[in-house]
Ligand binder design. Structure first.
Ligand code: FAD
Ligand code: MLT
Ligand code: ZN
Length: 462
């Protein structure tokens, strides 16, 4: 049990009185983006620099107080929300926003963990470079949170997950030590790649305070198309052809259901120029002027082969942005329509049609009234198989039904959002004994007292 009042005084002495929030001032930090998880923290502390983070962590360790790291609080798995015990301290990185250094020749950028993704992308863009992480929450998500969740998004197809973009990392360990490996290196095989312990582990092994990220050239041209497809098999055939025709320039291959477009029209007032049961949003980017020609040829082929029934190729940047607006509004529209049980699943892309068929059949049996908002990163085999209109009592059955189909396809029940507290029980149900054992051993080795983000990712003991 922690000794609370002296700890608050210590945190104030480290970060200053104004940086320690209590009572109603904590509201925005205590609930997640979806308003699904509601915590009751002891306080929120907002350090201004790495040394302050380290001192706060050491002070919490000394008093046996649990910590919940928080970035932009846009996570979809409840990983940044504390429990309701009133004893946990949220360490918010939102004052550590510096962009320390950008190297347009070495193609790297060094930033503090609290920097907002959009701000970092803008800074890279000023140097004609791109930080290729793109997601609808990029105006709020912060670098530390993106690294901690190994965020995906709509550009993974071309550039990979966040993990592959992290060259160097600075982390405060659970005992307050600072592990600093802020290297601007593409190659570094000297010993274990320790930074990997903190990427995608959702703040359960340490607090990321700064990072060096890899940049790529900013493509000068982009081709963006919204295309109606008759069925999923046609979408997959078109995907394979797109790989042949536009190759490495292909950056996004997104699937949206007609039901999702209806939600966006109803709740966000945005109307799609093309609609059908299934629609694709495809984008390619290149600095070579021949891109548009290649995109036009691909569309021509799609119509000839019967893989497309309707479609538009954006004629301007504004039109391309408007197409993306439809895609990026899906999550907000879903929330306005009452929310959904989210299943962030992935299976090999060639199994997507069978997955949809089998999961649909299962759900017709366990939740006949269910409605669907299915969309996602088809090119990555990652769908957001979101189920709406389900009673609280049926939620567990729905989760099990969907995840059992995922398991039968050797897929993942969290392709990009992480486990947080939302999916930890389902992971525990489906993971093998060696996975359980090794996960527990890693957690215990780094955080023997279980004080860093307890209850997230790693199932509770016993
Ligand atoms: P938070 O929500 O604050 O935290 C997320 C997790 O990381 C928590 O476990 C937290 O404890 C931990 N954490 C945060 N900061 C640190 C730190 N400095 N050190 C250690 N641990 C830390 N995700 C995708 O992958 N792809 C998408 O396409 C996508 N689209 C989204 C669209 C919308 C509209 C929304 C609301 C969310 C979306 N997300 C998506 C989820 C979310 O944006 C990402 O998970 C993002 O990476 C979270 O960043 P954050 O700064 O908000 O982290
Ligand atoms: C997306 O792809 O838009 C996100 O992962 C958000 C979501 O799943 O709602
Ligand atoms: Zn996604």
């Amino acid at each position: 049990m922690s000794d609370e009042a002296p700890l608050l005084d210590t945190l104030r002495s480290i970060c200053g009185d104004a940086a320690v929030l209590t009572g109603g001032d904590m509201a925005a930090y205590a609930t997640d983006w979806r308003d699904m998880f509601h915590g009751k923290p002891l306080c929120v502390v907002r350090p201004a620099e790495t040394a302050e983070v380290a001192q706060c962590v050491a002070a919490c360790a000394e008093t046996g107080t649990a910590i919940v790291p928080q970035g932009g609080n846009t996570g979809l798995a409840g990983g940044a929300t504390p429990d309701d015990s009133g004893t946990q301290v949220i360490v918010a990185l939102d004052r550590m926003t510096a962009i320390r250094r950008i190297d347009p020749v070495g193609m790297t950028i060094e930033v503090e963990a609290g920097a907002i993704l959009q701000t970092v992308k803008d800074a890279a863009g000023d140097e004609n470079r791109l930080l290729p992480i793109s997601l609808a929450a990029e105006g709020s998500a912060r670098i530390g949170g993106l690294i901690a969740t190994n965020a995906g998004g709509v550009d993974v197809l071309r550039y990979g997950m966040t993990r592959g973009l992290v060259l160097g990392l600075e982390v405060v360990l659970p005992d307050g030590q600072i592990l600093s490996r802020l290297r601007h290196l593409r190659k570094d095989n000297a010993g274990y790649d320790l930074k990997q312990l903190f990427i995608g582990t959702e703040g359960t092994l340490g607090i990321v305070t700064a990072a060096v990220l890899r940049l790529v050239p900013q493509p000068r041209h982009r081709a963006t198309a919204l295309i109606a497809v008759p069925d999923i098999a046609s979408a997959i055939a078109l995907y394979a052809r797109a790989q042949d025709e536009v190759g490495e320039a292909l950056s996004a291959f997104e699937l949206i259901s007609g039901a999702g477009l209806d939600l966006v029209a109803e709740h966000m007032g945005q109307t799609a120029p093309v609609t059908a049961d299934w629609v694709l949003l495809i984008e390619a980017g290149s600095s070579l002027p021949s891109l548009r020609e290649a995109a036009e040829k691909l569309l021509e082929t799609a119509f000839e082969e019967g893989w497309a029934t309707d479609g538009v190729l954006a004629e301007s940047e504004a039109q391309a942005d408007a197409l993306w607006q439809l895609r990026e509004s899906l999550t907000e529209a879903e929330g306005k329509a009452g929310g959904a049980i989210k299943h962030d699943i992935s299976v090999p892309i060639t199994g997507i049609a069978a997955f949809l068929q089998e999961a649909g059949n299962m759900l017709r049996a366990v939740a006949p009234e269910a409605k669907f908002n299915v969309f996602g990163h088809l090119g990555d085999g990652n769908l957001h198989y979101n189920v709406m209109n389900v009673t609280r009592e049926d939620a567990a059955k729905v989760n099990a039904a969907v995840h059992d189909v995922v398991a039968a396809h050797h897929g993942s029940i969290s392709a990009e959002h992480g486990l947080g507290q939302y999916r930890v029980a389902e992971w525990a149900r489906l993971a093998s004994q060696p996975e359980h054992d090794l996960t527990r051993r890693i957690k215990d080795a780094l955080d023997p007292d279980g004080l860093i983000n307890p209850g997230k990712v790693v199932p509770k003991r016993g």
